[in-house]
Design a protein around this ligand. Sequence first.
Ligand SMILES: Cc1cc2nc3c(=O)[nH]c(=O)nc-3n(C[C@H](O)[C@H](O)[C@H](O)COP(=O)(O)OP(=O)(O)OC[C@H]3O[C@@H](n4cnc5c(N)ncnc54)[C@H](O)[C@@H]3O)c2cc1C
Length: 463
Amino acid sequence: MNRHRVVIVGAGFGGLFAAKALRRADVDVTLINGTTYHLFQPLLYQVATGILSEGEVAPPIREILRRQDNVDVRLGWVRDVDVEARTVEVAGPGVSYTVGYDSLIFAAGSSQSYFGNDGFAADAPGMKSVDDALELRARIFHAFEIADLQTDPADVERWMTFVIVGAGPTGTEMAGQIAELAHRTLPGQYRHIDPHRARIVLVDAVGAVLNTFGDQLSTRALRELHQLGVEVELNTTVVGVDPEGIDVETVRGRERIPAMTKVWAAGVSAPPLARRLAEATGASTDRAGRILVEPDTTIPGHPEIFVVGDLMALPGRDGRQLPGVAQVAIQSGRYAAGQIRARLAGRTAERPFRYFDKGSLAVISRFSAVASIGRLRLSGFPAWLIWLVVHLFYLVGFKNRVSAVLHWAVSFLGRGRSERVTTLQQVYARTAMRDFGDPFAHPGDGAGSTAVGAGAGSPRTSR
Ligand SMILES: Cc1cc2nc3c(=O)[nH]c(=O)nc-3n(C[C@H](O)[C@H](O)[C@H](O)COP(=O)(O)OP(=O)(O)OC[C@H]3O[C@@H](n4cnc5c(N)ncnc54)[C@H](O)[C@@H]3O)c2cc1C
């Protein structure tokens, strides 16, 4: 009855791995998440381009934790924290509730950032949620369908131009997959257009693709993108987005790219809930709105509140902020759980959190990736094999692994895409949510994809 109560906000990598690490602890865990599923964000681009189904990257949280008796999974968006009463306020579907805690782990992740230009979101969706990926899937596949119906060559070109903003791993992966769609999957299926003629433009404000991977891999990735037929526009800043195109500032001056399909893969910022947490606790935030934490990932003056994953701002050994990547979230989530266990066992002075960097991977096309692991730099097929093994290992659930492998075989060994279905309901429901507000997400909770941007900042450069 009087067990220590741990509340975890968010069931992404940080929250889920924290909950799992408390499996044998003498605590009651309440895991609150705004969706019913744990989302494997690194594979969202494959949902958007028809390789994987949404179910394969988003298994139900309840199913993952069904054998862990000390966890109560609850659906809802946490809206506020009362640090005096030690409670969190939650908005569920048609019901609001309050949950008390003794220890609180905040793992609410990050939102898409448009660097203060939130108006871009309607015409250049980001990729942070299943809804985003399905919307993008509809936009990408329908662009070819609509192009096939056009009679004016300028309209055909506008529908067959795809602009991806942000040449980090997500943007690069997205550009590579749209190119593969155009050159391998769709040719031969249309009678009025030639999908080979699709124009795929990858834009970034900095001067390199995958710039956190270093010069050697960045150059290699650029070469591969060119071979795939992707136009790469570096040192190019987006200054306007509208339904029919995108305006950019390049070294040549201001230019317009007519394009009906735009994808935003350029930036992240903390969800608005971070601001409320900072106000409630007196914590400071960094430029992107992330909470500055102590070396043990707690909020200064609040040893009972941990912040982990993308939401946490903590310098690594090199003095730079730890990047917003899955491994930081997993390791910090496990660490916070370990701290709680240690405290309950009467051990107080545990070691500070140390991130172990296992390396970075990015796929460019089938059988081709880049990998930076310690001092090792790999590209091409060996890097792609590592990518395959790592993603299979971390994909949650045996069923999902088996079906993902089958779908990868269809797309990588063959030319097909198993998941090309898009429904009208997806398109209209999303529009309705934008117009009328998601009935159970509250504005400002970071629940939707059109989350508020953090203002200034460079495109996301690290994962
Ligand atoms: C498209 C994309 C591709 C990526 N690719 C890679 C990659 O290849 N490699 C890599 O290492 N990293 C990658 N990342 C980054 C990686 O996914 C994140 O660093 C990681 O998911 C962070 O984990 P987290 O637990 O902090 O947050 P998340 O995984 O984002 O989880 C946060 C959870 O909190 C929930 N939540 C948010 N607000 C609330 C609230 N108010 N109330 C209740 N629940 C809430 C959300 O629903 C979500 O389930 C990618 C990210 C994206 C978007």
